[in-house]
Design a protein around this ligand. Structure first.
Ligand SMILES: NC(=O)c1ccc[n+]([C@@H]2O[C@H](COP(=O)([O-])OP(=O)(O)OC[C@H]3O[C@@H](n4cnc5c(N)ncnc54)[C@H](O)[C@@H]3O)[C@@H](O)[C@H]2O)c1
Length: 321
């Protein structure tokens, strides 16, 4: 079994690669080879099978052809330009999030090998003038270019699957928290920053009110779900190949209380509360009540509590003193 992770240099791509290296198998077959491909150089990992690292720009069909070959059984299509970046730079979003997905699927069509393709969509496909709660059958009505681009990706995944060109599955990821490292260009970046920085002894700004609600999932559970997602039987996915990955809805206040329970009261005092006009418009559209029932029924999982998210960050990612 050969696995390709497009976006293998990113946050989730790297964590997924480490998890697959640990498991050594996927869909009941031993992994013999894994390729990490990204527009930046992916950092090498230790694995008990052959590893390859490639520079690949998914917006360029010739570049896609160099890393998507006929040997590949499973493609994780994680490469993307994220939310606030896609909102500020329409061209980059279109190139990576629409043309990039199309280029990968067209390459699969050309090869006629029908690989499993696991696509990471986003809950940003929901929004606008649509009755809540949102379930897996609600009208996607994205209110950002990123959400619209992800939705187009979902339609392509479903249609290429219907035609038998790929065996696709797409998961609308909740906000993955606590994300390690530096803030990124996602509008949701503060939803990790207000925990990560205070836990590391630094200040961080929260641009929304304490009652702001969102659907969250830890990186560890997300990776577990991406593995399970590749293993789902196509028959169980039926005619709708894309669904929301389970997460749990918490308010900012509930999450800060969870951080206090796990790590003590000092961290919360390092949070400042100022609006950020550059992401205000995006965040206003994010008051969403999302019910990820289909994913739960298919065996995907959410975290038990936000205390777990904090503990997972401290165990897996926090700088060790
Ligand atoms: N992390 C989250 O909270 C979250 C939430 C919803 C959806 N998602 C989706 O999950 C996926 C992974 O997210 P992440 O948090 O790891 O993001 P990330 O930004 O850390 O990783 C994305 C990777 O894609 C690469 N990339 C960008 N353009 C590319 C191109 N043209 N060709 C090849 N590679 C390119 C980047 O270099 C980066 O390494 C993305 O598709 C994202 O939209 C993430």
């Amino acid at each position: 079994m050969k696995v390709l992770i497009l976006g293998g240099g990113g946050f989730l791509g790297r964590k997924l690669a480490l998890s697959l290296a640990d498991r050594q198998e996927l869909r009941g077959s031993k992994i013999d080879q894994m390729v990490l491909a990204d527009i930046v150089d992916p950092k090498p990992i230790d694995a008990p099978f052959e590893m390859e690292y490639q520079r690949c720009d998914i917006s360029d069909p010739a570049s896609v052809a160099t890393c998507v070959d006929a040997e590949i059984d499973v493609i994780y299509l994680l490469a993307a330009v994220v939310s606030a970046h896609a909102e500020q730079d329409l061209d980059s979003g279109i190139q990576a999030n629409i043309m990039g997905v199309l280029n990968v699927l067209e390459r699969c069509r050309e090869l006629e090998t029908c690989p499993v393709v696991v696509f990471t969509s986003s809950i940003a496909v929901f929004g606008g003038d649509t009755p809540q709660p949102f379930n897996d059958y609600s009208l996607p009505n994205p209110q950002t270019s990123y959400g619209a681009q992800k939705m187009i990706g979902e339609y392509l995944i479903t249609d290429y699957s219907r035609r038998g060109l790929i065996d696709g599955r797409g998961f609308r990821l909740p906000t993955i928290t606590v994300r390690p490292g530096k803030p990124n260009r996602a509008a949701s970046s503060f939803m990790s920053g207000i925990f990560r920085e205070p836990l590391n002894g630094e200040t961080a700004n929260c641009p929304v009110e304490p009652d702001f609600k969102q659907l969250y999932l830890s990186p560890r559970k997300c990776v577990e779900n991406l593995v399970k997602g590749a293993e789902l039987d196509a028959v169980d996915l039926g005619q709708n190949r894309c669904l929301t990955m389970p997460g749990k809805t918490w308010t900012i206040a509930e999450m800060i209380e969870a951080m206090t329970q796990v790590a003590g009261p000092a961290a919360a005092t390092r949070i400042t509360w100022n609006k950020q006009p550059e992401i205000d418009g995006i965040l206003k559209g994010w008051h969403m009540d999302i019910h990820p029932e289909r994913g739960l029924a298919l065996g995907l999982e959410a975290d038990e509590s936000f205390e777990d998210n904090i503990r997972i960050y401290l165990e897996d990612d926090a700088p060790k003193s």
